[in-house]
Design a protein around this ligand. Sequence first.
Ligand SMILES: C[S@@+](CC[C@H](N)C(=O)[O-])C[C@H]1O[C@@H](n2cnc3c(N)ncnc32)[C@H](O)[C@@H]1O
Length: 250
Amino acid sequence: MSVPVEVLQNILMRFRPVAKFAQQYHSTGVNADPGQVRRVFELYRQFAPVAGKDILEIGPGHTLEVLECAKTEGARNCTAIDVVDYRSPEQKGRTRVIYALYDGKTFPLEDACVDLIWSYTAFEHLRYPAMTVQECFRVLRPGGMLVSLIDLGDHSFYGMNPPHPDKLFHCLRYPEWLWNLMRWNRSSYVNRLRQSEWHTLFKQAGFILRAEEKMVSEDIVRQLPLLPYLRRYSYEDAVTSVLTVCCGKF
Ligand SMILES: C[S@@+](CC[C@H](N)C(=O)[O-])C[C@H]1O[C@@H](n2cnc3c(N)ncnc32)[C@H](O)[C@@H]1O
């Protein structure tokens, strides 16, 4: 899609009725698929047990079922916060998970009130990532943990046929002001932070990195000499496509 069309779409998305209409067609990832729900739950659980814990999920999209799994496995309280309400009428009728919408800035939660924070492919969409990481630190109890899987790719080309593996980091071609003009109001907005920038944000907020898993894109490794916009990054930043962090508050 051309840049002017992208900018126009972004402007249109500022109008609430247009945004509401578009939301019906959004896919948020796990989409409450039972197999994926279990996989995401097991990913979180490998870092910390859930029994007796107060758990917060940031950006559940269409999927409250991961937190419902945690409830079934003995979590005390499960809360989800999001900036867009993707819940179905049926999900809205369920009460095992506390749900809150907010403006993407200050969490609607007290200081030191949760033991675990989970997030799956939501941090890359944060408009105010430094603030959100600080908010995570604020609402965690000492000894608490944040587990977040962050997809560092440009989501615009996912699921395309034919696939565009060389365009995984296409979003990094644009200066920040233009990228924001193209995407800020759209669900496909990604903040484009690289893995080292996430490390810095977690450290600045006071977190200690306890464990980390990284996925490298072999397509980007092969294409790297042909992608001049990646030259300004370290090798690791240029090739890491998915980052899973487990950060502790002490
Ligand atoms: C790609 S979807 C992922 C949804 C779900 N975690 C999954 O994997 O299916 C990203 C979600 O993050 C939410 N989001 C974006 N910015 C947010 C913020 N500042 N705080 C909480 N959620 C946010 C979006 O509304 C959306 O529901």
